[in-house]
Design a protein around this ligand. Structure first.
Ligand SMILES: Nc1nc2c(c(=O)[nH]1)N[C@H]1C(S)=C(S)[C@@H](COP(=O)(O)O)O[C@H]1N2
Ligand SMILES: [Mo]
Length: 345
């Protein structure tokens, strides 16, 4: 394999392509169509069949999801996005495209036309020679090389050409970085909270139902913290004392818990996708019902370093669903299972 892994990513188990975000397109009558409008001289509409009748390209492109899983060398069949745009004759003020899905929340994401020309994204209907399943964006999705996968819109129905950028769903709602370059780890915008603001929030030890994306709680004593349903994406709990904390149903995607003391903490129903638990004490932690895609317990993703001194500590009292083992990368799942019987001096 010649594919390279960007920093902080891990290869997903071969043959396992996780489903992330929306699960299905909104109902829609046949045939599937894509409508291009906005800063163009000629608005155009193509049916899926009309697209498939154009000269098709096949290309291998790696996937890098912001929740830390990657898939190497996936073979895609489709058309270059730039070719469709050129046929609509872009006006001189055209600078960005908003890619819009036929989905319940009219999900969208955006790209600059500079990036469209530089990265050459595809509009695809097949992968590895097989039609794209609806859960993965079939019948038609976008694949953007060189960006985190949230720029690769599923169920493409509309392309609006814009003079000014318009943030997409994840970029506006979840603070995902609008540039999204995996090689520069542009996962999130700068945290919404400064260290001083974080301190003010944390004196209460009560984060129930609060939104505090990028909270900086590193190195503090927060044992017994109440944080059910809190939105704490990208929060920093490195080396934090969190014994008996309650994070049930909280959103902790990409949060950092490195070397934190989490004994008996609750993560029931929480989203801990891409969270980093390396070096954390997870004895007696309850992960039942939690989503663990891309979470890190051991190693650096490349499986090169499995140094147990920087791994999470797990015991018989650490609870998790069997489903968690399917969500984790193989090395991580093995650590979780073997940790239950492992003895710690
Ligand atoms: N319409 C739509 N497209 C979307 C999303 C979504 O929720 N809705 N999620 C994005 C994110 S965050 C990722 S990682 C990929 C996931 O694609 P997959 O489910 O095929 O793995 O789709 C992207 N495109
Ligand atoms: Mo994603």
């Amino acid at each position: 394999m010649t594919a390279k892994l960007p920093p902080g990513q891990q290869w997903a188990a071969p043959g396992r392509w996780p489903i992330v975000g929306e699960r299905a397109p909104a109902l829609r009558t046949d045939p599937w169509e894509v409508h291009v409008h906005g800063c163009v001289d000629t608005a155009c509409t193509w049916s899926l069949a009309a697209l498939q009748a154009l000269p098709t390209v096949e290309r291998q492109i790696d996937i890098h999801c912001v929740t830390r899983w990657s898939m190497p060398e996936v073979r895609w069949t489709g058309l270059p996005l730039v070719g469709l745009l050129d046929q609509c004759q872009l006006r001189r003020d055209a600078r960005f495209v908003s890619l819009i899905a036929c989905s319940e929340r009219r999900h969208s994401t955006s790209l600059s036309l500079d990036d469209v020309r530089r990265l050459d994204p595809l509009v695809v209907w097949a992968w590895q020679g097989r039609p794209l399943e609806p859960a993965h964006g079939g019948p038609l999705r976008v694949i953007v090389p060189g960006k985190y996968f949230y720029k690769s819109l599923k169920w493409l129905a509309e392309i609006e050409v814009l003079a000014e950028d318009r943030l997409g769903y994840w970029e506006a709602e979840a603070g995902y970085h609008n540039e999204a370059d995996p090689w520069q780890e542009q996962r999130f915008l700068a945290p919404e909270l400064t260290r001083a603001e974080s301190s003010r929030i944390l004196v209460q030890r009560d984060l129930v139902d609060r939104s505090a994306r990028g909270l900086d709680a590193s190195g503090r004593d927060l044992s017994g913290l109440q944080a059910t349903r809190a939105v704490l994406r990208d929060a920093d709990f490195s080396r934090t004392q969190l014994t008996d904390a309650d994070f049930s149903f909280a959103n902790l995607s990409n949060a950092r818990f490195r070397r934190s003391d989490l004994r008996r903490a609750k993560f029931c129903g929480a989203d801990v996708e891409g969270a980093d638990f390396r070096g954390a004490d997870l004895r007696g932690v309850d992960f039942r019902g939690a989503s663990l895609f891309g979470a890190l317990l051991v190693g650096d993703g490349d499986a090169a370093s499995l140094d147990p001194s920087v791994a999470a500590v797990i015991d018989e009292a650490t609870q998790f669903d069997p489903a968690a083992l399917d969500q984790l990368m193989p090395v991580q799942a093995e650590w979780l299972v073997s940790g239950r019987s492992r003895r710690r001096s």
